[in-house]
Design a protein around this ligand. Structure first.
Ligand code: 2P0
Length: 354
């Protein structure tokens, strides 16, 4: 009938985040509970972000999703976990003008259409799942009129992809591992907002835009099963580093921030090498970038640039200010000239903040 002809839509945009203290390893695979806290910087949404439009209509006969224009299955456990959590918390919705009335219980029966776009390479180790799942949860929470705050939404996004929980906030964010078995206290909190340290400039060197060979999910499973270093890292190293990193962020202490971020990235990749079979996320170009930054930092009184690498070869560099960022680009172009065999596909430059 006439009342079935409506469509209700919400569009949201969520930036990706880059961990400076890394998450690697789960204590619960289904709920996605980590073995250590992690800290990240949320990027500026102009550069690396996901835009998601969600729609609900009585005329939709099933839940469907499109990623970058191609239909993908929503049957995976992670999408289903998020959808289940969202539907169970949905509220009544009413738009009198358009004559739309959705009762809380109706959300269980109504079908959703979800269209999501990344403005950067998917699954190339640029944390596409983080922005994607965070945006999925945030857009649906708005559509379904959820009353939950960002931290509670972060616990839902976490069940889609661990790192996604950190993309619900801008600025500097900590994902607290939590103690509860049901994951209720494994949430993201904002350490400082995007204005707190706005001198920082993030430069991303896209070393390869190809899909990575080992997914983070299976990589961290293998590390937990076979690496001895990962236990030492999670229990002894990260807890201390998290405290020091929080302090560095609070004081805008760049030298400490850079030392901690570089050391943590290197230890994460050491855990990958300590995994059997070993996981190689970085390549020769990544290693050359590290050497280049290390050499520069050592030639100055204090570090100028921090680097960090996720589950792929692309370099994320954090310069202490715009001037340093310009010098960094100059150095990168000198060492990796376009059209050479270590050609970097592109440089993404942006403020850290949203
Ligand atoms: C991080 N990474 O803290 C770490 C550093 C990659 C290296 O979080 O299985 O895609 O979905 O929870 O979140 C990538 O792992 O893994 C990641 P799941 P996710 O950003």
């Amino acid at each position: 009938g006439q009342s079935d002809k409506w469509v209700l839509m919400v569009t949201a945009q969520t930036p990706t985040n880059i961990a400076v203290i890394k998450y690697w390893g789960k204590r619960d695979e289904t709920l996605i509970l980590p073995i250590n806290d992690s800290i990240s910087v949320t990027l500026d949404p102009d550069h690396l972000c996901t835009t998601t439009t969600v729609a609900v209509s009585p005329s939709f006969d099933q839940d469907r999703m499109w990623l970058n224009g191609k239909e993908i299955s929503l049957l995976g456990g992670r999408f289903q976990s998020c959808l289940r959590e969202l539907r169970s918390r949905a509220s009544d919705f009413e738009d009198e003008k358009r004559g739309i009335k959705i009762k809380k219980a109706d959300w269980e029966k109504l079908n959703l259409h979800i269209a999501s776009y990344n403005n950067f390479p998917t699954a190339a180790g640029l944390a596409s799942s983080a922005a994607g799942l965070a945006c999925f949860v945030f857009a649906l929470a708005k559509l379904m009129n959820l009353k939950e705050d960002h931290s509670q939404l972060s616990a839902i996004a976490r069940q889609g992809s661990g790192s996604a929980c950190r993309s619900l906030y801008g600025g500097f964010v900590k994902w607290i591992m939590g103690k509860e078995e049901n994951g209720s206290d494994s949430i993201a909190v904002q350490l400082a907002d995007e204005k707190h340290w706005d001198d920082l400039v993030i430069v991303i060197a896209v070393v390869s835009a190809r899909q990575k060979e080992t997914s983070s999910t299976s990589g961290m499973q293998d590390s937990c099963k076979t690496s001895m270093l990962i236990q030492h890292r999670a229990k002894e190293v990260v807890p201390k580093r998290v405290i020091q990193m929080e302090e560095a962020i609070e004081k805008r202490d760049f030298p400490s921030f850079a030392r901690l971020a570089c050391a943590d990235s290197n230890q994460f990749h050491a855990v990958c090498l300590d995994t059997s079979p070993p996981i190689f996320y970085m390549n020769d170009t990544s290693h050359k970038i590290i050497s280049c930054v290390e050499k520069w930092n050592r030639s100055e009184e204090s570090p100028q640039v921090a680097y960090t690498f996720d589950a792929g070869p692309n370099a994320v560099m954090i310069a202490r200010n715009r001037k340093t960022a310009a010098l960094l680009l100059q150095r990168l172009l000198f060492h990796f000239p376009p059209h050479s065999d270590t050609d970097l596909n592109s440089y993404v430059i942006g403020d850290k903040s949203i």
